[in-house]
Design a protein around this ligand. Structure first.
Ligand code: IPD
Ligand code: CA
Length: 274
């Protein structure tokens, strides 16, 4: 018989342990960083990323949970006797560049699923580690920001909207023609540098949409925020308006349009040229 696991409590413990483990590193960010090679997601590994990942793994092991880790840093790792029981997709630190530069906007992201597939994520946590704000969701139970149920904004007009757009790519010349008309009509454009958290901002009504059509974002960065968006009853689809059906893997890339409500989502989809 499978044991009932209190994921809510365990994910909060993971987040608290991450916070404790990274604190010493936050004090020496301007010191030279050791070369730890390239992580499974393709970026150089930082000590602070590994410390955060270890905090998650050790917390789950302490609770004697068997699981498959899907991490941006260590890749795929089987832990325990029945690793197919749970899949835990982790971006230990989302927004590492912000953190290293002292920009106070970075998060940790943990998603629990029954299969290595985005649509099977059933429990999620994204925590803003600088401001101490935690977003959580459980399938069918809504989404929460520090225990308060969240809902997305009702903004439908681009003339009033705040829209996040990730243009962080060397191939930006490919994306610009696709989004020019949207940019021209949107009142405020933002990119804050931690996509998991920026998706949570759509879920709780802080912003009205967030789009990333670069084909560059890893599934590990958005697996948890995907459930938070869904449970807040905001929208997230492919840039063509189709459901996101992707595997959870450090190398799996994803593009999406996330929006607060169906009206603004439709407007944005109609304006993106693919
Ligand atoms: C990054 C952030 C950033 C996005 C990058 C991601 P990381 O995550 O989400 O906003 O533009 O593509 O890689 O690398 O700090 O986990
Ligand atoms: Ca990361």
């Amino acid at each position: 018989m499978t044991r009932k696991i209190n994921w809510q409590q365990i994910l909060i413990q993971c987040k608290n342990n991450i916070q404790n483990q990274i604190t010493p590193f936050l004090k020496k960010l301007n010191k030279p960083q050791p070369d730890l090679g390239i992580g499974a997601g393709g970026d150089p590994i930082k000590q602070i990323d590994l410390a955060a990942e270890n905090a998650v793994v050790n917390t789950l092991k302490k609770h004697k949970i068997s699981f498959t880790l899907i991490s941006e840093e260590s890749g795929i790792k089987a832990c325990g006797k029945t690793p197919d029981e749970h899949f835990v997709t982790v971006d230990p630190i989302d927004g590492t560049t912000n953190l290293m530069r002292g920009i106070p906007f970075y998060a940790t992201s943990i998603a629990v699923s029954t299969k290595p597939r985005l649509d099977t994520v059933h429990k999620a946590l994204v925590a803003d580690l600088h401001h101490g704000v935690t977003y959580m969701a459980q399938k069918g139970e809504g989404a929460y920001r520090n225990s308060q149920k969240i809902t997305p904004s009702k903004t439908v007009s681009l003339e009033e909207a705040v829209i996040g757009m990730d243009l962080n790519t060397y191939k930006v010349q490919k994306i610009i023609p696709q989004i020019t008309s949207l940019v021209k009509k949107t009142k405020h454009i933002r990119h804050l540098g931690a996509n998991a958290l920026e998706l949570c901002y759509v879920a709780d009504g802080t912003t009205d949409a967030f789009i990333d059509i670069r084909g560059k974002l890893r599934s590990t960065d958005m697996a948890a925020a995907y459930l938070i968006i869904q449970e807040a009853k905001a929208k997230i689809t492919t840039p063509r308006g189709k459901p996101l059906r992707i595997r959870l893997h450090p190398k799996q890339k994803v593009s999406f349009i996330a929006a607060a409500n169906p009206k603004i989502q439709k407007t944005i989809l109609n304006m993106i040229r693919l």
